[in-house]
Structures are given as structure tokens and as C-alpha cells.
Design a protein around this ligand. Sequence first.
Ligand SMILES: Cc1cc2nc3c(=O)[nH]c(=O)nc-3n(C[C@H](O)[C@H](O)[C@H](O)COP(=O)(O)O)c2cc1C
Ligand SMILES: [Fe+2]
Ligand SMILES: [Fe+2]
Length: 393
Amino acid sequence: MKIRENLYYVGVNDRVKHRFEGLWHLPHGVSYNSYLIDDEKVALVDTVDVAFFAEYLEKIRAVLGDRPVDYLIINHMEPDHSGALSLIRKYYPEIRLVGNRKTMEMVGGFYGANSEGDIVVADGDALSLGRSTLTFHLAPMLHWPETMVTYDAADGTLFSGDAFGCFGALNGAVMDTAMDYEHYISEMERYFAAILGKFCAPVRTALAKLSALDIRMICSTHGPVWTEAVPRVVDVYRRFSEGVTVPGLVVCYGSMYGNTQRVAEAVAEGAAAAGLRKVIVHNLSVSQPSFVLADIFRYGALAVGGPTYNGGLFPVVEDLLKRLAHREVRGRKLAFFGGYTWSSQAVKTIAAYNGHMKMEMAAEPVEWKQGASADALERGRALGKALAEAVMN
Ligand SMILES: Cc1cc2nc3c(=O)[nH]c(=O)nc-3n(C[C@H](O)[C@H](O)[C@H](O)COP(=O)(O)O)c2cc1C
Ligand SMILES: [Fe+2]
Ligand SMILES: [Fe+2]
């Protein structure tokens, strides 16, 4: 598929995988994007998951016929992009790998595929293909140590690796201008929360560094090619990495027999009654973690509730807190609630996790013994009101 003069999309769709990285749900699939620059020299930018090699090779050959590929630019070594590397080497034995020092070390460690002719690049180095000159910009921990982006000044094109990528297979079109891309923006937010949420500081560093480039097109490794939406997707990265949220409350709870759920409903009612229009309730036994995390990145207030369970906190609630403790979500307004029957542990455990999350408490925790009493529900409503007021002001 031609993107513009000399540039082709040769990526593939994966509509079979259930969970990305074995963790994150893929209800709409995912694409592994690779690009072919057909200049005086021919360069491939990243590869695809090895399971799709036959289709991938067919796409490359549809553009090149029997012509060789001179370079393989490696922006990211995660196997969803480097998986086809060894086979590409086999089919194009003269190809020269282009990557930074850390990349080359991983090429050896994963595939034993280093070669004499490989080109090791440093930050700012350039490689001429003829009409285009590519420059390489290291973007460490976006989201691996070797990650870099490749820029083609001739057309203002950024080959960004995973940055600005999203879940969701491509449905016929590749360019943002040829599709309704709203859904992919929300899938980009989910991708960010799941995969880059720990790396907000490296994202901010990379954004500052990339602001020096005139970027008119972003070719990432997952999802659409961005042109008219470039300002929009850069803004998603800016907001999510800086902790800029919109007013809204995410109520996350787990419950076995409905007591915690009743208090969760009361929290939501209290927030709505206080005038907050965006209130989202996630039953953590049902909602998938990446969707919950995306909402927590979007909105300014969070309520967490769970029962005491086997001397600790109900597992699905603790699982969310573990994930949050490893992500940069400091600015949120937080309040929490939980019950017990003989010895209280739930609210204590949530409080201990906030030692890592460092959110700002908007109300005292609501705790109750045994059934969710009228008093507990009333305190739950007050907790929702306090969160709503904290996030609306
Ligand atoms: C498997 C199981 C383990 C529990 N462990 C504890 C516990 O260690 N300490 C405690 O005080 N209550 C414990 N409870 C009681 C729950 O906290 C209580 O049933 C609570 O009302 C459950 O909230 P829910 O109605 O939202 O599920 C346990 C309940 C179950 C079913
Ligand atoms: Fe990755
Ligand atoms: Fe990726």
C-alpha cells in the first residue's frame, strides 16, 4: 500500500491474538506496521511478528519484485517488531541492519543475527538513501532501553516506533485522512496507559527532543499513519505524560456478595448528585485492566473499594493497585472504601498502596463492618460528593 512517493506500508493485521504482551485485551486486534522506503537505496523500517512472515514477504515483493533491500532500520527490538529479523536476513542476505549500540546487543541476544556490515548509529547520526536522508534520535525507555525514532526531513516523516501507536487492527485504510480515526485515538490512550504509563518521564523527555523536528507525518509501529491528526496524537502524549486530566470520577471496586458494590453505587450517586457528569464505574472482576487504566489516566478523580479477603484485600482490587503503583498517576484525587466481617484489612491495604501511588486524598476512607449499612451508604455518598467537588474545582 503506497503512502506517498517512495514510501509503502508493508505491515500486517493480527486479529487472532487475545492479549497483547500476554496481558492487554485486544477486542479489535492490533497491527504490526513496517514501512518500505524505495529510494536509490531501499530501506525497511522495523519488521513484524514472525507468525506473519509469509504475508509480510509477499507485501515487500509486491513493491520490489526481485530487487534487494539495502537496509533494515530497527527502531525497537520488542519481538512484535523484530520477530521477522532472522528470516528477513535469510531472504535478503545482503541487507545491513541499522540500529544503535543497545539494539545491536539485543540483535545478538535474541537472534544471534549480528553481521559485519551492520551499521551502528549514535544519537543524531544520518544515513542517506538518495532523495531522503534519515536521521536517528535515541528515545530511551519508550518503552525499552534501545528505543529510537527515525526522521526523514525530506517529507517531515517520523518513524516513531511504538510511540503514537495504538491497539486496533487497520480496517482497509492506513492513512488517518482515509478513515474515521476517533476509535484509534481512544485505543492510543489505552495503549499509553497499559504500556507507557510507567514511562511518563522518558515520554516527556522524548517530546521535548522531538519538538525541534518539523513533523508532518508519523509512521508508528501500531495503528494508522498520522498526518492531519499529528497535533492531536502529540497532545494525547503530552496530556497523559504530564498528568493533565479532565474532570471525571472513576469508581473501581471488587465485590463477592454485593456489599462493596452497594457502597460503590452510593459513591457514584454522590458524585453525580454533586453535578459531576462524567462518572465511570468499573467492577474489577469484569472490566479489563487496560480499559480501567485508560480511564484512570483520563480523569482526575479515583475511588477504590474492596472487601477484606483472607487477611488482606480482595485480589482484583489489589491487582489494580499494584498496576497503579508502577505507573505515574500521582496527581489524581483519591478516596477509598472497604468492609470486613471479623478483622479489618481492606482500607489499610489500600492506604499502604497510596504510599507508592502518591495521590491526593479527597476524603477520609469509608469503612464498615459486615453488611453495607444505611450509614455506610450515606458516608459513601459523601465520599463521592467530596471527590466530585475536588475534581470540579
Ligand atoms: C473467601 C472469603 C475470605 C474472607 N476473608 C476475610 C478476612 O480475612 N477478614 C474479614 O474480616 N473478613 C473476611 N471475609 C468477609 C468479607 O470481608 C465480607 O463477606 C464482606 O462483606 C464481603 O464484601 P462483599 O459483600 O462486597 O463481597 C471473607 C469473605 C470471603 C468470602
Ligand atoms: Fe514495544
Ligand atoms: Fe510494539
